[in-house]
Design a binder for this molecule. Sequence first.
Ligand SMILES: Nc1ncnc2c1ncn2[C@@H]1O[C@H](COP(=O)(O)OP(=O)(O)O)[C@@H](O)[C@H]1O
Ligand SMILES: [Mg+2]
Length: 338
Amino acid sequence: MAHAPSSSSASSNVPWVEKYRPKNLDEVAAHKDIVDTIKRLARESKLPHLLLYGPPGTGKTSTVLALAQSMYGKHVKAMTLSLNASDDRGIDVVRRQIQDFASTRRLGSDDGPAFSLIILDECDAMTREAQMALRRVIEKYAKRTRFALICNQVSRLIPAIQSRCTRFRFAPLPVDCALARVKEVAAAENVELTDGGASALVKLSQGDMRRVLNTLQSAHLAHAKVDEEAVYATTGAPRPVDTERAMKSLLNASVSEAVKDIRHLQEARGISLLDLVRELLPYTMRIQGVPSGARARCLANLADTEHRISLGCAEKTQIGGVVAAFVELRDELVAVAQ
Ligand SMILES: Nc1ncnc2c1ncn2[C@@H]1O[C@H](COP(=O)(O)OP(=O)(O)O)[C@@H](O)[C@H]1O
Ligand SMILES: [Mg+2]
């Protein structure tokens, strides 16, 4: 795969997410079925309005930009209008810009498509009224333009817009695709990335390739070698050994000791309680010999605690909530053992 030349002093400030954005459709990792379908539709000049949705960092924007590039070549600037709906939320701005763009005759190459492309990124940020207006705009200009809508949450779009587009869901990147990609970028940037480091990057990013590359770049700035330790230090996420230690306290220490241990763990390693709670979940699933009712209540309590932390409740108080979630579990474990 061809990459931009690796970091010279001039380009070393460029975020790697931009530097390694797929330049053509073949460079988009995973989502091969989607890319093939879009390619075929474009080749047969049957491109419908597109709606690409799914979690961040999965290649939605990159796919649309690469599609525009492949359709228009050197005319791409003249033939596409790219709007970010979270910047220009008001429909008036959108309508005026779209109107200005769509009502001027666009000159592409003779063998290129006859229509121009309007990209509306993050369109789930649009208000309902704006979406209603957008629906009419799409219809009015459908003859000479195609719309490519991009969003995270498709359920925030009104049905009338959804039904005017062909929908493609971008799933989080599978582990093997993300691993392969991050290793390529590391090699191109001369980063010493260990296997443990690569696995940690991918695990912590949960299929978000933007996060993988951003974390890789930050870790590389701070550490000569990007191994598992460096990745965890960069993100401040609890390492498996931290989570195991917390788990041990929660299951064995007294309530006050457990609170103290967790507080100590947080202070020593700069771990947020939210991250810790999320990491505790899989461990809680794996504890042996717990009656399922007790496990379920513990999980529900952890989920409530996570919700309260994310609402902004004080972490110090919520440590009590985490500890309390395990007290009941412990009692049941003891009862089973007797
Ligand atoms: N499928 C993918 N293949 C290769 N790189 C990807 C992919 N998805 C995301 N990336 C990387 O993450 C960055 C952000 O991707 P982007 O297409 O903007 O994501 P989205 O629009 O889905 O949030 C890209 O610049 C690229 O470096
Ligand atoms: Mg995007």
